[in-house]
Ligand binder design. Structure first.
Ligand code: ZN
Length: 134
């Protein structure tokens, strides 16, 4: 078996829970322990009520393409072909930057329904990627 070439995520004290969940095949987000606001990317303080109490919320992994690009220059590291980089609007109301897989660029549309999968990275981690779901 060959080692995945996709670069490993960089874990920080704020983001480690997110990447560790991805390695288990779970999509999660930070939820405020006081007001319940979801936030992504994870951060030390709630952007709505400034609470420092944080919880982990399991997400459905379903959403839609909000916007997307194909980066051509400079060539992305770890990809034979440039990936489709998409901003995904999750059904829970937060957005995250990810890749679309299994779809030709001339088939990608804003509003296209997608479901999460996980792509292995170097170092034994995984990152969320999205595939067309309908
Ligand atoms: Zn809050």
């Amino acid at each position: 078996m060959t080692e995945p070439v996709r670069p490993a995520p960089v874990l920080t004290p704020d983001t480690a829970f997110f990447w560790e969940a991805c390695a288990r095949g779970e999509l999660v987000a930070q939820r405020c322990g006081d007001c319940g606001e979801l936030a992504h990317p994870p951060r030390p303080m709630c952007p709505r009520c400034h609470s420092l109490r944080r919880e982990i919320a399991r997400l459905s992994g379903r959403g839609e393409v909000y916007s997307w690009i194909v980066p051509r220059h400079p060539a992305p590291i770890g990809f034979a072909e440039p990936p489709v980089v998409a901003l995904i609007q999750l059904d829970e109301g937060i957005r995250l930057v990810s890749n679309l897989i299994g779809v030709a660029t001339d088939q990608v549309r804003n509003g296209m329904r997608v479901t999460v999968e996980f792509a292995a990275t170097a170092g034994g981690y995984a990152v969320p990627v999205f595939r067309r779901s309908s």
